[in-house]
Design a protein around this ligand. Structure first.
Ligand code: SF4
Length: 355
């Protein structure tokens, strides 16, 4: 069987557009529950194109990290993909053999994580770890490995890389360790980088440096980056598009600049308010109300128990009875909210979602 993935010269790529590298279609992921399985990703659709940075944002538990792990088929053993497709340049990742997956991971799609020092092997010199990643995917001439590792470290901004190859992880700062992780990730010359909270454990100044590095790598390599984060200031600094996840579904998606400036979904609006640390007229900082369980199990909108728009305008029958679909607004954005989709929603009569 031909286990080769399609390369850039292949011209028989399926629809949609040729520059779509990753096409996630109707993805479902479940975990075992007390009496039956629980769906944690529910019909997720998302596309990633060459050279763009797409941010997947949401609170802890919204499903964003599980989405990232699904793409590489690296879910924890208890979780399973129960439906949908993950197409990498037209090939369904979910149907790949182990050999194809090994080639895909690192060779086409690489991943970096938060807490890079914990991800590096404490017993092995960082140069050896980068060399192993390089060897796994590119099999360079043995005599050139050291030189190529030094270049990879230099490319991610590590000063004096020739002397750093002999360091151990504990001798590096958090920022330097993340750069080493980037060097290892880039060694396979992937087309996609999944960056899961890559700056979470770092100081603010180092965060800025790592974001600059991601942006540089995107430009230099036409790399597509799926950035998993809960931090909207990072989205604003670097992302082209943003998809907001709530309870396993995308609730709003579009160009990052537009969504952050004029969010329509009440959840996105609440996230933006939280990120701006806005205080109300009494000087209290805004926070999204926790979900009261009594309303959380209905058939209607999943955000209803926490929705400030519904609370302010009265709960409409739509919100209560039927989950909204994603509907398009302003031509390039989509939101999963009846107040966006439906002209007779009570929020239309006040300063609600459409304000
Ligand atoms: S559909 Fe209704 S409950 Fe859901 S977010 Fe929109 S206004 Fe709120």
């Amino acid at each position: 069987m031909d286990q080769r993935l399609p390369d850039a010269a292949d011209d028989a790529l399926p629809e949609p557009a040729r520059d779509v590298l990753l096409d996630i279609r109707n993805l479902h992921v479940s975990v075992p529950g007390k009496s039956s399985s629980k769906t944690i990703i529910d019909g997720l659709n998302l596309q990633l194109r060459s050279g763009e940075i797409v941010a997947l944002v949401g609170e802890s538990g919204s499903g964003k990290s599980m989405t990232a792990l699904s793409l590489m088929r690296l879910l924890p053993s208890a979780a399973s993909i129960t439906g949908g497709q993950v197409l990498f340049r037209g090939r369904d990742v979910l149907g790949m053999s182990q050999a194809e997956l090994n080639h895909l991971r690192g060779g086409h799609i690489a991943m970096i994580f938060q807490q890079p020092q914990a991800m590096l092997d404490p017993t092995s010199r960082v140069g050896v770890q980068v060399a192993e990643a390089l060897w796994k995917h590119r099999r360079p001439d043995r005599s050139s490995v050291k030189e190529r590792v030094i270049k990879l470290l230099a490319d991610v901004g590590i000063p004096a890389p020739a002397s750093r190859i002999d360091c151990f992880a504990h001798e590096l700062s958090g920022g330097m360790a993340q750069r080493v992780m980037m060097a290892a990730a880039m060694s396979g010359e992937p087309q996609i980088l999944i960056a899961d909270e890559p700056t979470t454990a770092l100081d603010v100044t180092v965060q800025v440096q790592i974001l600059k590095l991601l942006d540089e790598q995107r430009r230099k390599r036409n790399l597509a980056i799926l950035l998993i984060t809960h931090d909207l200031s990072i989205v604003s600094a670097i992302a082209d598009r943003v998809a907001v996840m709530y309870a396993g579904r995308i609730v709003e998606e579009g160009p990052a600049r537009d969504i952050l400036k004029h969010p329509r979904h009440p959840y996105t609006r609440a996230l933006v308010q939280c990120s701006l640390l806005k205080a109300d007229e009494n000087g209290r900082l805004y926070s999204i109300p926790a979900a009261p369980t009594a309303l959380a199990t209905g058939q209607g909108c999943r955000f209803l128990p926490r929705c400030p728009t519904a609370a302010a305008n009265g709960i409409s029958a739509h919100c209560l009875e039927q989950e909204p679909q994603l509907s398009t607004y302003d031509r390039t954005c989509m939101a999963r909210c009846w107040a966006v989709a439906c002209n007779d929603h009570p929020a239309m009569a006040t300063s609600g979602v459409h304000a």
